[in-house]
Design a protein around this ligand. Structure first.
Ligand code: GRF
Length: 214
């Protein structure tokens, strides 16, 4: 069983999708720790209510990224974890931190990478008049939103979409995509090799596509 730490900054809907998949047995994993980078996030309250071990590593109070990352690393190392799952975690992690967790650190980004890196991806997609948008799960490297992409789910951009409607469609896709990718890791099907992500012993030349609805 894959032992997870899930790092969040806000609502925690991806955390809850992962939690549900663990509970229902479609994901052979266990959430051993939930960490938020600020107090009073909705996701943290929901996790605490469900009895998960929670911690706040308060970036604002810690003052510097170095102190924040040292505290984060220490919290993660207090127990044995297999994978650190960034789920709406709004902090850029340094190259040093990322190197210490290389191959054991994944993120979900709300775009079809390499399109629309950074923030406000739904706004970026609308401004670019994209007809397709979506979400990507990738291994985290020092290259922001640039680590090897494992899998993506695409959704259409509809003519009367605004950021709210588009973001809701992408998030629904994320809630299926992230648990599915985590299950590949849990079952040993997916690893990060020096040549890139390998699924069923086959190097991924392109991200896998997971249908947004079925
Ligand atoms: C998701 O859209 C994720 O892709 C992005 O931040 C959002 C987090 O949402 N990185 P939630 O907190 O999981 O609801």
């Amino acid at each position: 069983m894959l032992r997870l730490a899930v790092l969040i900054s806000g609502r925690g809907s991806n955390l809850m999708a992962i939690e549900q998949a663990c509970r229902e047995g479609t994901l052979d994993a266990r959430i051993d720790l939930v960490i938020a980078d600020r107090p009073a996030t909705a996701g943290l309250a929901a996790a605490a209510e469900r009895g998960y071990r929670c911690a706040v590593i308060d970036r604002a109070q810690l003052g510097s990224r170095e102190l924040f990352e040292a505290a984060l690393d220490a919290a993660l190392r207090q127990q044995t974890l297999d994978l650190v799952v960034l789920a709406g975690f709004m902090r850029v992690l340094s190259g040093g931190f990322v190197a210490r967790w290389a191959g054991r650190l994944v993120n979900i980004h709300p775009s079809l990478l390499p399109a629309f890196k950074g923030l406000n991806t739904h706004r970026q997609a609308l401004a670019a008049a994209a007809t397709e948008h979506g979400a990507s799960v990738h291994y985290v490297t020092a290259d922001l939103d640039g680590g090897p992409v494992i899998a993506q789910s695409a959704v259409p951009v509809l003519p009367d979409d605004d950021e709210t409607s588009l973001s809701a469609r992408v998030q629904a896709a994320e809630h299926k995509l992230y648990p599915a990718v985590l299950q590949w890791i849990a079952s040993g099907r997916l690893q990060l090799t020096p040549a890139g992500p390998s699924l069923d012993a086959r190097l991924l030349e392109h991200p896998e596509r997971i249908p947004a609805s079925s």
